[in-house]
Design a protein around this ligand. Structure first.
Ligand SMILES: [Mg+2]
Length: 336
């Protein structure tokens, strides 16, 4: 790939490119063409200047964009190409879930250095499209380019939600209960294992390598009026809860011993990882009601409540200490 792609229209991959890149684009298009599940919403996908999407009647469009950068969000020596593709799309789907929406289409812009083989790209696309298929999402366009040294993947996901019903971060009220789905800290535990020089078995670390965005849960919480504010836990509980508090103009109190922690090889992960580790892609939400302990196959745990003021606290019995915001540091920030 020696020619940089010169255009970036939403619906097309077929720009001025050399033969290698044309082959790549044709391959992406061929792989994406297998997914026709969302044909009702995607009027035209890859192949024209723009994709044409149909938002259902009385719905609004949701749009989210997320970078996946080599060395920052993944490493080629840690993550399989399938995992990189899966995680790339999972980030966007999780954002749609956090709004209580349904995903429709994804757009992928991919910049590749010369040392990336077509085999790597094929496996990356396979990981991405497998997840897309599971959620009925069509890959409807994107762009490709050459990158000087590292892989960059930018995903845009478009979804929809009934008009006026998108679940915002700003809806939390004093007295609301705080809940989290699943458990926390599993993804950060995998990163810690890899940083220690060990290769973790994929089976114990699915949450990190193949996170499952909580799309169905987000929709059900909205439909059942069980949620006042919501966010996905991409940056860690402390950081993501702070976003809800900031946007809602409230404070929060968390009971650390109630925070559900992931188990790796039957060992519960450190509390620190559950409180601050990112990339679990669970849903963190507030509710004015008592929420069931389970919806579908997903456990829901009450971990605290919304308070007045603007501070966040950890309450341990009668003791109370400040809940510091210590966001997720990506790999590069941790490297020496
Ligand atoms: Mg998010």
């Amino acid at each position: 790939m020696s020619t940089v792609v010169s255009c970036s229209q939403a619906g097309r991959y077929d720009c001025r490119v050399n033969v290698g890149e044309k082959k790549l684009i044709a391959e992406i298009r061929r792989m994406a063409a297998h997914d026709r599940r969302n044909a009702l919403s995607v009027v035209a996908g890859i192949g024209d200047d723009c994709a044409v999407l149909r938002v259902p009647p009385r719905h609004e469009a949701l749009v989210t964009t997320d970078f996946s950068l080599e060395g920052m969000h993944f490493r080629r020596d840690w993550h399989s190409p399938e995992s990189v593709g899966h995680r790339c799309l999972a980030r966007g789907l999780s954002d749609i879930a956090a709004m209580g929406g349904a995903p429709i289409a994804a757009f992928l812009s991919l910049a590749l250095p010369r040392d990336v083989s077509s085999g790597w790209v094929g496996r990356f696309m396979h990981g991405l499209l497998e997840l897309a298929k599971r959620y009925g999402v069509t890959l409807a366009g994107g762009d490709t380019s050459e990158s000087p040294d590292r892989i960059l993947a930018d995903i845009v996901v478009v979804g929809s939600v009934p008009r006026g019903r998108a679940v915002m971060r700003s809806g939390a009220k004093i007295g609301d209960r705080i809940y989290v789905s699943g458990n926390l800290g599993g993804s950060a535990a995998a990163v810690r294992t890899m940083e220690s020089g060990k290769k973790p078995p994929v089976s114990g670390h699915e949450r990190h390598f193949f996170p499952q965005p909580r799309v169905e849960l987000g929709r059900l919480l909205r439909e059942r009026h069980l949620v006042t504010a919501m966010i996905d836990t991409s940056d860690g509980l402390s950081t993501d809860l702070a976003h809800i508090c900031d946007e809602s103009g409230v404070g929060a109190e968390i009971f650390p011993d109630q925070v559900p922690r992931a188990q790796i090889n039957r060992q519960v992960v450190d509390l620190e990882l559950a409180l601050h580790g990112g990339e679990d892609y669970e849903l963190l939400f507030t509710s004015a009601k008592k929420v069931p302990t389970r919806i579908g196959s997903v456990a829901l745990t009450e971990i605290g409540s919304i308070t007045g003021g603007s501070r966040m606290w950890l309450r341990d019995g009668t003791r109370k200490k400040k809940f510091e915001v210590r966001g997720w540091e990506h790999f590069q920030a941790r490297r020496k």
